[in-house]
Write a protein that binds this ligand. Structure first.
Ligand code: SAM
Length: 277
């Protein structure tokens, strides 16, 4: 069921994929070209912890080695949450758990979101992706080890292929929160991703602290077909919109952050609160 997605790169619209420099004033981005090796070392200043995260991108190796726009939306929200924990789109999801939070990230790519979550929340974060992406994730985790230690965060790097029940078994399900950014992009990956979400959220509605385990996903819609993923997801999960970014230049839509929780058996189908997606 695991899929090496880089074969499908032609489908991706690069205009909506590339991250514009200096787009967000809460972080500073700088790209350093490392000679002929096509490594991009990108610095992300995270204001709330007054620290700079360093991320290596390897564009020539494919989509999994580049930073996607929805990732920066989540990093910005995490940064803002650290400054104002009670007044943030992520507050209702992040507050009320024990400390430290245990977080799992799916399809981590460069790992920026997971690393920022660990640093800003002082959380234990497991970043995951397809096996061939793991070496770069390990590199990026190691590159930020000092910032993580200084902020009480920890990163674990593990392979996790969507749709593979054995991979979920190996990683375990002991997480307060599941995170992902820009993981809905090829339709052949919808079912494997939904299956992994199901395995991870299974039986989590109405946990002992009254807080359902949630899957928080930032998504930039590129194609009409993306709606098929949400249609399928709503059959199984309650889906709520937590945040909508303004569109960046050249885009018709902005990044949207969704929250998925397991549906209670007798809940009304498809609808959750006023912000239902
Ligand atoms: C579009 S990239 C987004 C990367 C990162 N989350 C970001 O926002 O920068 C999608 C990620 O999902 C991963 N992925 C694709 N298919 C997968 C699968 N079957 N199992 C696990 N991860 C997968 C890719 O390797 C890639 O890192």
């Amino acid at each position: 069921m695991a899929t090496h997605d880089d074969d499908d790169e032609d489908d991706i619209n690069p205009v909506t994929m590339i991250l514009p420099d200096d787009q967000d004033d809460t972080m500073r981005f700088r790209t350093i070209q490392e000679g002929a090796s096509e490594q991009h070392l990108q610095q992300h200043y995270v204001r709330s912890i007054d620290s700079t995260l360093l991320i290596r991108q390897l564009p020539s190796q494919g989509l999994s080695f580049q930073l996607w726009p929805a990732a920066t939306t989540l990093v910005t929200l995490l940064d803002q949450h650290r400054c104002q924990p009670t007044n943030n789109p992520l507050s209702s999801t992040l507050l009320g758990h024990g400390h430290p939070l245990n977080i799992l990230e799916l399809g981590s790519g460069t790992g920026l979101v997971g690393i920022a979550a660990a640093a800003t929340l002082g959380a234990n974060v497991t970043v995951t992706d397809l096996p061939h992406v793991i070496p770069n994730l390990l590199f990026n985790a190691e590159a930020n080890a000092d910032v993580l230690t200084a902020n009480g965060g920890a990163i674990r790097v593990e392979p996790l292929r969507w749709g593979e029940a054995d991979d979920v078994k190996l990683i375990g399900r002991d997480f307060d929160l599941i995170l992902a950014s820009d993981v809905v992009y090829h339709d052949h990956l919808y079912d494997p991703l939904l299956e992994t979400m199901r395995l991870l959220l299974l039986g989590s509605a109405g946990t002992e602290n009254g807080r359902a385990k949630a899957f928080v996903m930032a998504h930039l819609r590129r194609w009409k077909k993306d709606s098929a993923f949400f249609k399928k997801a709503k059959k199984r999960f309650q889906v709520e919109v937590l945040h909508v970014d303004s569109p960046s230049e050249g885009c018709r839509v902005g990044v949207v952050v969704y929250r998925f929780v397991e549906k209670l058996m007798n809940s009304n189908s498809g609808s959750s609160a006023s912000n239902s997606a």
